[in-house]
Write a protein that binds this ligand. Structure first.
Ligand code: ADP
Length: 530
């Protein structure tokens, strides 16, 4: 507690204790609260679960007037309004699905000088598309009752974020229409690129940015080599659940409904008690699965990313990614559901190149999504840098000489199993295969390229040299490395049934004809973990 520095400090402390029944602030909460109470525009960047909501909920009670909260997800807003009401805080929500009388009530709140409502939650499209709402809001502002505008998931403004929502673009008008009302943006996305873009879109360039650390010291990060067959994957998962994570709770993430069902069924056949969770299930069976996991009658949930919202289980001891996430942001959020209680928990990823193509053909149409995907591929291929340092770098956080405490596979098995591969001659061969295919009027997928490189597959595509002196799975890592470094690029083609990623030469391939060209890939051997 920093003392009674501001005129509102006593009220802040009292509200924290009496209304929220919390003893002390978490890092950066107080500075966020003080700056917004001082009337500054600010963006707060904190990992999911760090406690962003308190940063606008508490100020809403300390000063007179109304706080508008803009949030993209109706279910999240409903949760918040419910929990505020449980604390006897007057809050309401207004969405496109609200019944008519609720909508009228909310519109009246804006007009009513004597309203008791402190927080009004609205979706961005309500704000953008309802003239009536906007004119009432203007009235509220003119009467000096618009205390604050909080914008949750504020990264949704930016196309560069991982979750762009077109309606968020309209929010740019707010700072001009209500110049005296402080705006408080909240997000878990921290890349400076996105933050600058968000400031520009909201017309609050250079506003205060308050960031808390993204380091989760109690999470252990590790990459495992993913086997080619589902059976072998099941064997790995079975061993982990039966031995290493015996009697502990966790989540297994995968990227398709089919995989989640197959894996859950496979694990059940092997005698494990697991639930399955995806978006195609009825709401009732989803909450049933969630409940059983909460009560520990299921050891794990095998889920797609649809399993995310509202997980407040503190003792999740493992989060295993059977398939890589589609970006580092997603990975951070998904893996971050482990170890909320502060005790050691493990975040494992089964990595294999095929999954990169599976996901790239699914996400390639969204702006920037391939770059996001390659970010996580780099994280997986990395063999030399501390994994939490890579995460910190991704979130533009100063890492300095922060100690990992051997809480990642790179730091706990240093250097001994690193080997460098020189890639010049291999690049020449791969480049030759692609050119050769081109002259034969055909295109190569990554699989075909690998086949030809390893002297398999159609003879006309093969090269005249020797096959690589390393295993095919290392060959796969090499191709993935060349992709993320821009030596190779994916070229997407559509058919009626699917999207195919062909491999082309990237701009960096030019450099290979330069005699001084060297390219080394640090290669780590995956360490066992059963
Ligand atoms: P975020 O929006 O950052 O994901 P929430 O605002 O939902 O996180 O907060 C996550 C949980 O942490 C909530 O249950 C909240 O009540 C709790 N919380 C927030 N601040 C504190 C605090 N200072 N001390 C204890 N619990 C807190």
């Amino acid at each position: 507690w920093a003392g009674n520095t501001y005129e509102w400090s006593k009220d802040v402390k009292k509200t924290l204790n009496d209304v929220f029944r919390i003893d002390s602030f978490r890092p950066k909460q107080l500075s966020a609260i003080n700056s917004t109470l001082a009337g500054q525009h600010a963006i707060i960047v904190m990992p999911t679960g760090a406690g962003k909501s308190l940063c606008y909920q508490l100020p809403a009670l300390v000063k007179p007037g109304l706080t508008i909260v803009i949030s993209p997800l109706i279910s999240l807003m409903e949760d918040q309004v419910r929990s505020l009401k449980n604390r006897n805080i007057q809050a309401m929500l207004m969405t496109s699905t609200s019944p008519k009388d609720e909508t009228l009530k909310a519109l009246n709140v804006l007009k009513d000088k004597n309203t008791k409502i402190k927080l009004l939650y609205v979706t961005p499209e309500r704000l953008a598309k309802s003239k009536r709402f906007m004119s009432n809001l203007q009235k509220c502002y003119a009467e000096g009752r618009l205390q604050r505008i909080a914008i949750d998931e504020v990264h949704c403004c930016s196309q560069w974020g991982h979750d762009f929502r077109p309606d968020y673009r309209y929010l740019g008008i707010l700072s001009n229409m209500f110049p005296k009302t402080p705006i408080l943006g909240l997000t878990a996305t921290a890349t400076s690129h996105v933050l600058t873009d968000v400031q520009k879109i909201l017309n609050i360039p250079g506003c205060l940015v308050i960031k808390s650390t993204f380091n989760r010291p109690n999470l252990y990060y590790k990459i495992l080599e993913k086997p080619t067959s589902q059976e072998e994957c099941l064997t790995i998962l079975e061993k982990l659940l039966k031995n290493r994570y015996k009697r502990e709770s966790g989540i297994i993430y995968t990227n398709s409904i089919k995989d989640s069902e197959e894996l859950a069924q496979g694990l059940r056949k092997r005698g494990l008690s697991v639930g399955c969770y995806h978006a195609n299930m009825e709401a009732e069976s989803r909450s049933n699965v969630h409940l059983k996991w909460h009560e520990k009658s299921y050891q794990a949930i095998v889920a797609t990313v649809a399993f995310g919202m509202g997980i407040d289980k503190p003792d999740v001891r493992f989060v295993i990614h059977h398939t890589i996430s589609k970006s580092m942001e997603n990975y951070y959020q998904e893996s971050g559901r482990a170890g909320r209680d502060g005790k050691r928990a493990e975040c494992l990823t089964l990595y294999r190149m095929q999954d990169v193509f599976k996901i790239s053909t699914m996400v390639f149409s969204a702006v920037g999504s391939i770059d996001h995907l390659y970010g996580i591929v780099k994280y997986c291929l990395n063999g030399t840098l501390c994994r939490r340092q890579l995460i910190a770098q991704h979130f533009d956080e100063d890492w300095g000489d922060t100690d990992c405490n051997k809480m990642c596979d790179v730091c706990s098995y240093p250097n001994s199993n690193i080997r460098e591969i020189s890639l010049e001659s291999h690049c020449k061969i791969l480049s030759g295969i692609i050119d050769n295919a081109h002259t034969q009027d055909t295109k190569v997928t990554a699989q075909k390229l690998l086949d030809a490189w390893y002297l398999k597959g159609p003879v006309p595509l093969r090269h005249k040299g020797k096959e690589p002196n390393f295993s095919r799975s290392i060959g796969e890592d090499v191709i993935a490395f060349l992709l993320v470094e821009g030596y190779l690029i994916e070229d997407f083609h559509f058919t009626a049934y699917s999207t195919i990623a062909y491999i082309k030469k990237g701009p960096n391939m030019e450099a290979i004809n330069d005699d001084n060209f060297t390219l080394k890939m640090p290669l780590r051997k995956y360490t066992e973990f059963h």
